[in-house]
Design a protein around this ligand. Structure first.
Ligand code: UDP
Ligand code: MG
Length: 336
């Protein structure tokens, strides 16, 4: 290889590293035209000196959000990209779209309404630098109406107890992830609130830091108090997904066996009463309870088996996906 070739290669390599994105900021949004320009400037200011990109995901807005995103991506063609959903699919799907297109090794998510402060991003990244895989914001002084903050306290308490992960605030829009964490997530429905629990379940190191939270100054909140009911149901699903993901048959099977033992116990007692004492059992409420409990048990056990089969099929698609590091065998070394 001559001198010119070497320097060409080197400059190519330098170019490559220059275009490598260090941080991707994913912003899901629905009708937030008023804040996008200021948000973009805030993110650039916060990430000065780093190669970064902003991915706006318009989740079916009906205001001028999309034309605002187009303007910003024309103004900053190398660092702002926009994606538009055909209709509103929800914040989790918007995040999933952003994650699928993010190029950075580190990925930050934030809400578009400027309630999250872009200037907090460096603090989140510094915490990742300490070795954490996911850093979640904690809105310690939260600026939202009481109709939100009270249910949210209950929700966070339930999430803490059920998951065993001691965060104060599971639902802060501002979070930072290592790329591999994002790749392990499969977000849909309302699962965006549970990324710390899902990632903790996968064995990633999760922590939180307090962040400033501003009142919403433009547009309206997209969520009312009903989300906490939906959120609580989702919490159940997530606990199942994280705690029993490896052996769903054990979870369903255990309840199934208890219910089955109860049902069969009742039916045996009634059968004995009929056989030995001639008692008429056909109309006794206990009889129906016994039958119900036995059927319920059969159904749960079958559900357990079905889940195990599904798991078997899915987990064989990604063998080794739980490994974080492995030792490298020395190349060409003889076995000893
Ligand atoms: N959002 C979204 N799709 C939705 C609902 C909300 O992309 O279906 C976005 C919204 O535009 C904002 C973020 O998710 O950027 C958080 O929503 P919001 O500020 O309404 O939630 P709150 O702060 O009231 O909890
Ligand atoms: Mg908000």
């Amino acid at each position: 290889m001559n001198q010119t070739e070497t320097s060409n290669r080197l400059s190519f390599a330098t170019d490559l590293s220059e275009t490598e994105v260090e941080v991707s900021v994913v912003v899901p949004l629905l009708n937030e035209e008023g804040t996008l320009a200021a948000l973009t400037e805030g993110v650039f200011e916060a990430l000065l000196g780093k190669t970064c990109e902003i991915l706006f995901v318009d989740d079916g807005s009906r205001d001028g959000s999309w034309s605002e995103i187009r303007k910003l991506s024309q103004r900053f063609p190398n660092s702002v990209r926009g994606f538009r959903h055909r209709r509103n699919f929800g914040k989790a799907e918007a995040l999933a779209t952003g994650f699928a297109h993010a190029k950075g090794q580190l990925i930050v998510t934030m809400d578009a309404d400027l309630q999250d402060d872009p200037l907090e991003i460096p603090a989140l990244l510094a915490k990742l630098d300490e070795g954490y895989d996911l850093v979640s914001g904690w809105k310690r002084d939260r600026h939202d109406p009481i109709s939100k903050t009270i249910p949210s306290r209950f929700f966070n308490y339930a999430a803490r107890v059920a998951s065993g992960l001691s965060l104060h605030d599971f639902n802060c829009g501002l979070k930072a992830y290592r790329r591999e964490v994002v790749e392990s997530l499969h977000l849909y429905g309302e699962l965006h609130r549970f990324t710390p629990i899902l990632s903790h379940g996968e064995g990633y190191r999760v922590t939180e830091i307090p962040v400033t939270h501003h009142p919403r100054e433009q547009g309206k909140s997209k969520y009312g108090w009903t989300r906490f009911f939906k959120g609580s149901l989702d919490l159940l699903t997530v606990i199942l997904l994280t705690r029993y993901l490896q052996r769903p048959g054990h979870f369903f099977g255990a309840i199934g066996f208890i219910s089955g033992a109860f049902g069969l116990g009742i039916l045996s007692y009634l059968s004995a009463a009929k056989i030995f004492f001639g008692v008429d059992i056909g109309t006794r409420p206990l009889f129906f309870l016994g039958i119900l409990a036995t059927l319920f048990s059969a159904q749960l056990i079958t559900t357990g088996f079905t889940s195990e089969f599904l798991l078997r099929v899915n987990s064989s698609e990604r063998p080794g996906h739980r490994i974080s590091e492995s030792t490298k065998p020395p190349s060409n070394s003889p076995r000893n």
